[in-house]
Design a protein around this ligand. Structure first.
Ligand code: ADP
Length: 493
């Protein structure tokens, strides 16, 4: 039990902290900025922060609950260490100072993680200076869309004068937003619009163009500002300038495109010459049968390897075409069963030792689509299934019709893909870490699935993987059979 004076001081200090925090929390702008800053610093995990704060006095414990309710920190891991309670130096003033006091109390502990003391120092710096020196733009909007705050970097990045109080409608006169593929971004879909509607999002790319054509690529994150009662009081958007990175991306695509075109010319000549030589080999007389067979085998090997290079070159050209929106599709009526069968036959020919089990409908499955591209989709999925499983393991290709949708699956019994990688499979150049080719040779460049996801998307369909490590992988594809969805996809081709 504390002696009387000390007890009174403790109660007064506690009240002061309560009112500081309450005042600060009632200020919606600070809540959002605090939340994003707490999420931002490197080196300190929210769990470490929560754990350290947890080990101090009951007062901090209560305020931690408030911060947790706001989503500023996540709950400590179960079995968190406990340390002796420490004296709390209470501060008056803004939330930053209050937080600084809370953090320094926790940071004094010798047992505190080293990153925490860095945060304690960080928290003592006035918020305004942090925002002034931040390289990322920070903008805060009212619920109706007026700009309440923008830091200097925000103005620099967007090449705009900061006009506080300016409304959405006025801003739209000064600049426009679009997606990187050129699609205009209406206000409701813009970062500030989404955050004001209550959405929290990260890593959304957009392009801002000013009245005089000045342009910047932005990577944006946003969140609503929610008060203690859970009411949306506005929105915060944080953005960085990725114009330079995008320019490098374009340079890489240009390089790939030029390199692929340059490789394609000699390849075409090699494949053409091989064709002619193969015909001449057939004419070698029967007395030289041994020689003829040796030539035929050699040419077949050159042909296989050249076809592999050709496939790589075509894939590289396709990804550069996708990046520039120029992947061409020719839509026409087709039979999906015939397309599937042709791809299966082709793969069986290249992989004579493999079992590919087709389960296809007996009748035709008519749809509108690009037969060549759909064949490429089957090829990519089947060749992956073969490549990433052992020679002894069969691959199954199924096609079924449910209502107006064709549902096809390609299943292997290979190693399976860990769940954390599944969402990335459709990304350009993505390869599952540690995944090795189990049969055949080669490494793979992480291009095939990106192209496949694109082909499915352009047919108005859906594709998703289902995988269990140790059991195998199934790729599911759903394609609409009705003309409307398919023709909608043709309009942008
Ligand atoms: P590539 O196979 O040429 O590298 P893809 O884009 O076709 O490129 O595949 C991307 C990555 O996804 C592969 O590198 C591999 O790590 C993983 N992957 C694709 N299909 C399978 C599969 N059936 N089983 C296991 N991993 C797969």
């Amino acid at each position: 039990m504390l002696p009387g004076n000390q007890q009174r001081r403790a109660v007064t200090q506690q009240r002061s902290l309560d009112s500081d925090l309450a005042r600060a929390l009632a200020h919606p702008v600070r809540i959002g900025i605090l939340r994003s800053l707490l999420a931002a610093p490197a080196g300190l995990t929210p769990a470490a922060l929560a754990e350290s704060l947890q080990t101090t006095t009951p007062t901090i414990h209560r305020h931690l609950r408030v911060l947790r309710d706001l989503g500023a920190v996540s709950p400590p891991p179960s079995g968190a260490r406990t340390a002796p309670a420490r004296r709390v130096t209470l501060a008056t003033g803004t939330l930053t100072h209050t937080l600084a006091a809370m953090l320094s109390a926790a940071g004094d502990a010798h047992s505190a993680p080293p990153a925490l003391s860095a945060i304690a120092v960080f928290a003592r710096i006035p918020l305004e200076s942090v925002l002034n020196y931040l390289a990322s733009g920070v903008a805060v909007y009212s619920p109706s869309g007026e700009l309440l705050y923008m830091n200097p970097a925000g103005g620099r990045i967007t090449h705009q004068n900061i006009i506080l109080g300016e409304h959405v409608a006025e801003r739209q006169q000064r600049f426009s937003l679009r997606l990187p593929d050129g699609t205009p971004m209406p206000e409701v879909e813009s970062p500030s619009g989404r955050a004001r509607r209550g959405e929290t999002f990260a890593d959304v790319e957009c392009v801002i163009t000013g009245q005089h054509g000045e342009e910047a690529y932005l990577l944006t994150s946003g969140a609503p500002l929610v008060d203690y009662q859970g009411t949306i009081q506005g929105a915060i958007v944080i953005f960085s300038d990725i114009t330079r990175i995008k320019a490098l991306d374009r340079q890489r695509d240009e390089f790939l495109s030029i390199a692929a075109h340059e490789l394609r010319t000699p390849l075409t000549s090699i494949l053409g010459t091989l064709h002619v030589l193969n015909k001449q080999v057939d004419r070698i007389s029967i007395e030289h049968e041994g020689e003829r067979l040796a030539f035929a085998r050699g040419f077949a090997r050159i042909s296989r390897q050249s076809q592999r290079i050709n496939k790589l070159v075509e894939d590289i050209l396709d990804i550069t075409r996708i990046a520039s929106g120029q992947l061409e599709f020719t839509f026409a009526p087709l039979d999906l069963v015939a397309v599937a069968q042709e791809a299966i036959d082709g793969q069986a020919l290249i992989n004579p030792n493999r079992a590919i089990a087709p389960l296809l409908p007996a009748s035709t499955v008519e749809m509108r689509g690009d037969a060549g591209r759909l064949g490429q989709m089957f090829d990519n999925l089947i060749s992956n299934a073969l490549k990433y499983s052992k020679e002894s393991q069969p691959v199954e290709v199924r096609l079924a019709v449910l209502g107006n949708t064709a549902h096809l699956t390609v299943t292997d019994h290979g190693p399976g893909i860990p769940s954390e990688h599944l969402a990335h499979l459709g990304e350009r150049f993505f390869r599952v870490p540690g995944m090795t080719v189990r049969s055949g040779s080669g490494l793979g460049l992480g291009l095939g699935l990106f192209i496949t996801y694109n082909i499915v998307g352009r047919h108005g369909g859906k594709i998703w993987p289902e995988s269990k490590p140790g059991v195998g992988t199934t790729f599911h594809v759903e394609l609409p059979l009705n003309m409307k969805a398919a023709s909608a996809a043709t309009t942008d081709s």
